[in-house]
Design a protein around this ligand. Structure first.
Ligand code: E4P
Length: 230
């Protein structure tokens, strides 16, 4: 499974990249609005920071032609742009309008296996089922993703599934077990995936014990080791 970051915060993106776990970025209009920055400059900076990894940017209209036009314009920002379209009739029509053009698509706001199946049939590059928002409303978000993976796995398809709207680290383990291709996570969840007080406590003990090791002062100082003929 690959990991995308669900953010438009450049510092978060750089940190995840430095940890060696970043395979892409997803955004939505709410995430972009939080940054209070000029959209074109921000989108360009994100795309450059992670190039050639994919960056999802969302079309913002309800009409198919307008969304198709926005998709073309968003794609001009950078070659790694993936355009998010809603998994509804207008989004499907927009997807069909740009088919055959060099525009990558991510059908978003997927809340059911039937939406996932249709988006896949229409040739979306990615689909984004929203787990947390389903669970917020009292439904089984993880169950929905397991079911859609079971249905999609039976058939050949180029579409990759991005599990989205993740609320806690445990959901990521469940998603991985279900064979989902990608999870997109907010930075706070990524941090929690590494958080473990036992790791901190035991590391403290190791570092304390290291203080008792003879020759420790020289081990990592090459010039001193060389001078000593080691
Ligand atoms: C995915 O691409 C969406 O941007 C995102 O996961 C939505 O998550 P939320 O429900 O936490 O807003």
């Amino acid at each position: 499974m690959r990991l995308f970051l669900d953010t438009a915060d450049i510092n978060e993106i750089k940190k995840a990249k430095a940890w060696g776990v970043l395979s892409g970025v997803t955004t939505n209009p709410s995430i972009i609005a939080r940054q209070k920055k000029d959209f074109f400059s921000l989108a360009t900076e994100i795309c450059e920071t992670v190039y050639p990894m994919p960056v999802s940017l969302e079309a913002v209209d309800r009409e198919p032609e307008a969304m198709a036009d926005q998709a073309r314009k968003l794609s001009e920002i950078s070659r790694n742009v993936v355009v998010k379209l809603p998994a509804n009739p207008a989004g499907m029509e927009a997807l069909t309008l740009i088919r055959g053009e060099s525009v990558k698509t991510n059908l978003t706001l997927v809340f059911s296996p039937t939406q996932a199946l249709l988006a896949t049939m229409a040739g979306a590059d990615f689909i984004s089922p929203f787990i947390g928002r389903l669970e917020d409303r009292g439904y089984d978000g993880l169950g929905m993703v397991r079911e859609l993976m079971e249905a999609l796995d039976r058939h050949e398809s180029k579409t990759e599934v991005i599990a989205a709207s993740i609320r806690d680290p445990h959901q990521i383990v469940e998603i991985a077990k279900a064979g989902v291709h990608i999870a997109t996570v907010p930075f706070v969840i990524l941090e929690k995936m590494l958080l473990n007080t036992m790791t901190d406590m035991d590391l403290d003990k190791f570092l304390k014990d290291w203080e008792e090791v003879p020759g420790r002062e020289y081990m990592f100082r090459e010039e001193i080791r060389k001078a000593a003929g080691a």
